[in-house]
Design a binder for this molecule. Structure first.
Ligand SMILES: *[C@@H]1O[C@H](CO)[C@@H](O)[C@H](O)[C@H]1NC(C)=O
Ligand SMILES: *[C@@H]1O[C@H](CO)[C@@H](O)[C@H](O)[C@H]1NC(C)=O
Ligand SMILES: *[C@@H]1O[C@H](CO)[C@@H](O)[C@H](O)[C@H]1NC(C)=O
Ligand SMILES: *[C@@H]1O[C@H](CO)[C@@H](O)[C@H](O)[C@H]1NC(C)=O
Ligand SMILES: *[C@@H]1O[C@H](CO)[C@@H](O)[C@H](O)[C@H]1NC(C)=O
Ligand SMILES: *[C@@H]1O[C@H](CO)[C@@H](O)[C@H](O)[C@H]1NC(C)=O
Ligand SMILES: CC(=O)N[C@H]1CO[C@H](CO)[C@@H](O)[C@@H]1O
Length: 364
């Protein structure tokens, strides 16, 4: 096509995108509040544990700065904020944060289940006690600086988006102590789903109008699970992911979808959307050559084993001295054993946005 046709096409395409709101600006959001774990941690865990590897380079190398994000660059929540035309979320635990446009409560490594429940189940407590319940309490504290009573809070939060995405670590801890897929499915999944369901209701009670509930990615595709559980896995899918383990993350999503439907029925004036990260990751893996993510099972940063990771040995993990980093993170799905690259997070966000935008009912 010649230049003028190209320009005209470009203008038409741009016009259509704007008209139909291809980004979140049509939602006219003024704040985003995120609850979660490492997949959305923009700098909380490094306040709790300043010596953590993800507090320094090569973490953040693609954006030129280590911020505590467990990636070489941005996370899905960052792309969400950018798409809404807002500044990147500020971590709640950083005393320098101003919270002018929301807050991020996510902490790497934490669980949906409370400390008490973990103790009851004899699951390990981890380094942080900032479980979902504690994050919700922090929001309550922050809210007391924003608004005074139920009506005032509803008014102040009417252009806010709340996002909850957590649970992967709960399952990981059960699997790591040797629980079977059958046991985790029977005992842990219902508890995790109930904990998230409870938090959805609490967020609604804060006065939220828009909530996104993010499912888990199929963690049986991660270099970490492939390294730890390939031996105990009984079935692999066509991508080489551990299908039996992935059933847990799929069922987690099924439970959350039901929770979202129930909460929507009980609160018809609140828009609650399920964000299908499980399906998003499988689609990204399927489309990996088009997306340029040619390396999808090995970590970019790390060493040892079949998938370029050694777990449980601090001196062999990404961020330790002399641990290799791939020269082309753009071509990798995974940055380290658990976490996506800057590029992969963008691809996942794009997929989820297309799915969710109509459901968020922002243009109406
Ligand atoms: C807060 O800002 C000060 C001054 O810029 C800086 O020295 C300090 O490290 C920051 N604190 C955190 C937790 O990032
Ligand atoms: C709890 O787990 C520890 C190991 O993590 C084990 O030694 C202990 O026997 C367990 N206790 C119960 C009651 O299962
Ligand atoms: C979590 O731990 C910190 C110290 O590590 C403590 O200050 C805080 O009170 C604890 N929170 C809960 C809910 O246990
Ligand atoms: C997990 O539990 C659900 C019911 O909650 C059931 O439908 C499913 O078949 C179970 N899957 C496995 C792998 O046990
Ligand atoms: C797992 O399988 C690998 C070979 O694929 C073997 O080298 C290793 O010893 C096995 N580990 C366990 C715990 O069975
Ligand atoms: C939603 O509706 C309920 C009653 O059905 C009402 O109590 C509540 O204030 C409304 N919430 C918002 C955010 O409008
Ligand atoms: C097995 C494997 O993929 N090993 C790679 C791990 O990463 C280093 C550096 O990025 C590569 O040189 C290895 O080939």
């Amino acid at each position: 096509m010649n230049l003028s046709t190209f320009i005209i096409n470009f203008i038409i395409v741009s016009f259509i995108s704007n008209t139909y709101g291809a980004d979140l600006t049509s939602c006219k959001l003024d704040a985003i509040y995120q609850f979660g774990d490492s997949l959305s941690d923009t700098g909380n865990s490094i306040v709790e544990v300043p010596q953590a590897y993800h507090a320094r380079l090569p973490y953040g190398e693609t954006i030129g700065k280590a911020t505590g994000r467990p990636s070489d660059g941005l996370l899905m929540i960052d792309y969400t904020a950018q798409s809404a035309g807002l500044p990147l979320l500020e971590p709640y635990e950083n005393p320098n944060s101003t919270f002018s446009h929301g807050a991020d409560f996510s902490v790497a490594g934490v669980t949906a289940l409370s400390k008490e429940t973990l103790m009851k189940l004899n699951l390990s407590l981890g380094f942080s006690n900032t479980s979902l319940e504690v994050q919700i309490e922090s929001m309550k504290k922050l809210l007391s600086t924003i608004c005074n009573n139920a009506r005032d809070c509803q008014e102040k939060l009417k252009s806010s988006l709340f996002i909850v995405g957590i649970g992967g670590n709960d399952y990981g801890r059960a699997f790591q102590r040797g629980d079977s897929v059958y046991e985790v499915n029977k005992t842990i999944v219902p508890l995790v789903v109930a904990a998230i369901e409870d938090s959805i209701q609490k967020i609604i009670n804060f006065g939220a109008r828009r909530i996104i509930v993010t499912g888990s990615y199929p963690i049986g595709c991660s270099p970490a699970y492939l390294t730890m559980f390939s031996n105990t896995s009984t079935t692999k899918d066509s991508f080489g992911c551990l299908k039996d383990y992935n059933d847990i993350f799929f069922n987690h999503g099924v439970g959350l979808k039901i929770a979202v439907e129930k909460a929507t029925k009980a609160n018809p004036n609140v828009t609650i959307v399920f964000s299908d990260l499980y399906n998003a990751l499988l689609s990204v893996i399927k489309d990996r050559s088009t997306l340029g993510l040619t390396s999808y099972q090995n970590a970019c940063c790390g060493t040892g084993g079949k998938y370029n990771v050694t777990l449980g040995q601090l001196d062999k993990m990404c961020g330790a001295k002399d641990i290799p980093v791939c020269p082309n993170p753009k071509e990798y799905l995974f940055w380290d054993e658990w976490h996506f690259t800057h590029q992969a997070n963008k691809a996942l966000f794009d997929f989820l946005l297309t799915e969710m935008l109509p459901k968020l009912q922002c243009t109406s």
